[in-house]
Design a protein around this ligand. Structure first.
Ligand code: SAM
Length: 288
């Protein structure tokens, strides 16, 4: 079979197009990496796969062979023309020409689930300029999905799949950890793409939890606290909570900390998720 590098070059030439950098277009040309993505996503014919940013269709082709149905969401009209021609013979393919951040995924999933299509999986080589909003949308919308297998920048991957409290953790680490378990599938070098991105990449897999790891009285308050503490991650948590408008003054924070046995010098970045949950629930319960 023709390899992905030759196929990609051929399609780009045939349609006389080049990658649009501002849309984060880096086409995957490494057959081994594509195989790894497909294998690790565990796709069966009971699955609806939603692919974000199919581009020229380098992953899509393999998804179509395995999935009950593939819905690909692509913003670039040039790609739509190519994908429509390339996959017109597949009856399990649907293409949506839209910004993924504007698509009502909940509705889309409800419409497509039936007695044959019972599970939903997200698979993508994501456009890097909007990785975080896409991941957050997929998680926060509480979609009825099983897994998210995506290629992202390696540096972002490190933060997404860290354990809360680890050095590389950021506010988003806590969100991912709350909604999903995570694993690294493969580190991917720059030369696996045309054009080469400026940084290394990584394929990660998130498996949506059936039960959350902490019980929260208010998710909104919990994530607000985490955001406030990471906005000022070099400061003590006491300062970050006051400056972030979570509590009015240091004395109020100290009262909370006394009750929860948290050291006054603690910095948010070292705090496990359970402690953030305790702080958040205490504040809600005691109506600060
Ligand atoms: N899946 C292809 C591959 O692996 O070769 C292309 C991946 S490329 C990194 C990202 C793709 O996302 C591009 O095709 C780009 O046009 C598309 N894209 C960028 N922004 C988008 C958006 N807001 N909504 C949907 N697709 C988008």
């Amino acid at each position: 079979m023709e390899n992905l590098y030759d196929k990609t070059k051929f399609i780009l030439k045939k349609y006389n197009i080049s990658a649009n950098k501002s849309l984060g277009q880096n086409f995957l040309i490494n057959d081994d990496v594509v195989n790894k993505i497909i294998e690790s996503s565990d796709i069966t014919d009971n699955d609806l796969v939603i692919e974000i940013g199919p581009g020229l269709g380098n992953l899509t082709e393999f998804l179509l062979e395995k999935a009950g149905k593939v819905i690909a969401i692509e913003l670039d009209q040039r790609m739509i023309t190519i994908l429509n021609e390339r996959f017109s013979l597949y009856n399990n393919f649907e293409l949506i020409n839209e910004d993924v951040l504007k698509v009502n995924l909940k509705e889309l999933i409800n419409k497509n689930k039936n007695s044959k299509i019972t599970n939903v999986k997200i698979v993508a080589n994501l456009p890097y300029y909007i990785t975080t909003p896409i991941i957050m949308k997929l998680l926060e919308d509480k979609l009825d999905i099983e897994t998210i297998t995506v290629m992202v920048q390696k540096e972002v991957a490190d933060r997404l799949i860290a354990v809360p409290g680890e050095k590389v953790a950021g506010a988003i680490t806590y969100s991912v950890y709350y909604y999903a378990t995570s694993e690294s599938i493969s580190i991917v070098e720059r030369n696996s793409f045309i054009p080469e991105p400026e940084v290394s990449s990584e394929v990660i897999k998130l498996t949506i939890r059936k039960e959350f790891p902490v019980k929260l009285l208010s998710e909104e308050n919990f994530f607000k606290i985490i955001k406030a503490s990471f906005m000022q991650r070099r400061k003590t948590l006491i300062n970050a909570l006051v400056n972030g408008g979570i509590l009015q003054n240091k004395d109020e924070v100290k009262r909370v900390f006394d009750n929860l046995k948290i050291d006054y010098n603690t910095r948010g970045e070292t705090l496990p998720i359970e402690k953030f949950a305790e702080i958040s629930n205490y504040i809600i319960k005691n109506k600060f």
